[in-house]
Design a protein. Structure first.
Ligand code: PLP
Length: 357
């Protein structure tokens, strides 16, 4: 990690909007903290980043990201510990993944100091926006997009990297009803499914809405070729406990490599559970359910950490899964992960990054 400090010119807000925030009743994704970080790429180089009051950006109607989707993002959270510290969870992994996505989308690599020091200085300034209430956090959204005002289809010459944040309340672990998708495709071999690229999400809205109209919250994507193998659930990775073994699809070019996924697998192994990363067929899951061996199913991602699945719809049938209380593996991993993220348990993996306030 670079030690010399990057100069980030900062224009502070005249008056903070923090008084608008009710820590006990946070509306998701609607109220943004006071500041944002902005760094532009032009003339083949990243320009000095700036911290500015959160606000609208002025863009040309021809801005290439809007037309051709040369845009990528990240999602991460900062938590407030009991001591009042601000703790980021694995931010360096988000940084690395942003650059993996950037490469796939012909977006220039972002230097580490702009991401890490930008994040650090932004959070120091907006520290009051990290909610102290249990289960809540500051959701952080780094993103990069093409800014050429040119409507030809080619990689842009200019880009903007931005980070803004918004406080989020405790995730309500609603019993998720998911349906296995065997018609639409999120991602195919050779595609960009492993990248957090904007277009992947736009294209997923329609199939997701079709399922929602049938009464399911989310879908489980299957492979593009045969619709036989399970990929992900909505915007989460998906895991199953079959006969005491934690089973999850191995990451590939079609699956986004979740940081929560990796954390859950690491903790599960270290808590002594058997873990398998491999191809998981729909057939295997349905058969396991039939045999009474499908004990747990859940999604993993930054928003929910672990989102318990209650029902899996497949082939005209609703498979009802065991109650959440008895799900020992996901419940114990979720509890441990939560303690590490909030500084209540030791962090042998060096996942937690403390902001120097
Ligand atoms: C972001 C994302 C995930 C989860 O990744 P985390 O790093 O755990 O938040 C899983 N699948 C898709 C498609 C995603 O976009």
């Amino acid at each position: 990690m670079t030690t010399d400090t990057l100069t980030i010119t900062t224009q502070q807000v005249q008056e903070s909007r923090i008084s608008q925030l009710d820590y006990n009743n946070i509306e998701f994704g609607k109220i943004f903290s006071d500041h944002m970080l902005v760094a532009d790429y032009k003339n083949d180089a990243w320009q000095a980043p700036q911290i500015l009051p959160y606000g609208n950006m002025s863009l040309s109607p021809a801005t290439s990201a809007i037309h051709y989707g040369q845009a990528i993002f990240e999602g991460m959270k900062a938590y407030r510990s009991a001591d009042g510290d601000i703790l980021l969870f694995r931010p360096y992994d988000n940084y690395k993944r942003l650059n993996v996505s950037a490469e796939r989308m012909c977006i220039p690599q972002l230097p580490e100091d702009i991401f890490m020091q930008g994040l650090e200085q932004l959070l120091r300034l907006d520290a009051a926006w990290v909610p102290p209430t249990e289960g809540s956090a500051l959701y952080i959204r780094p993103f990069m997009f093409a800014t050429d005002d040119f409507i030809g289809v080619r990689p842009s010459s200019n880009y903007r990297f931005t980070i803004f944040s918004c406080p989020v309340g405790a995730y309500y672990n609603a019993p998720l009803r998911v349906a296995i998708e065997t018609n639409y495709v999120r991602s195919a071999d050779g595609g960009a499914g492993y990248a957090k690229a904007a277009g992947n999400y736009g294209a997923a809205l329609y199939p997701a809405r079709q399922m929602q109209q049938k009464g399911y919250h989310q879908l489980i994507w299957t492979d593009a070729k045969e619709h036989k193998y399970i990929e992900e659930s909505g915007t989460m990775n998906v895991m199953f406990v079959i006969d005491g073994v934690l089973v999850t699809p191995a990451v590939s070019s079609t699956i986004l490599s979740g940081i929560t996924r990796d954390s859950v697998l690491t903790l599960a192994r270290d808590l002594g559970y058997k873990v398998e990363e491999r191809r998981v067929s729909v057939e295997e899951v349905v058969e396991a359910h039939r045999a009474g061996k499908l004990q747990e199913a859940f999604g993993t991602g930054t928003a929910a950490t672990i989102a318990q699945i209650a029902t899996i719809h497949y082939n005209g049938e609703d498979l009802e899964l065991p109650p959440f209380e008895g799900r020992d593996i996901s419940n114990s991993v979720a509890a441990e992960l939560d303690k590490i993220k909030t500084g209540q348990a030791p962090d042998p993996y060096n996942w937690v990054y403390k902001i120097n306030l």
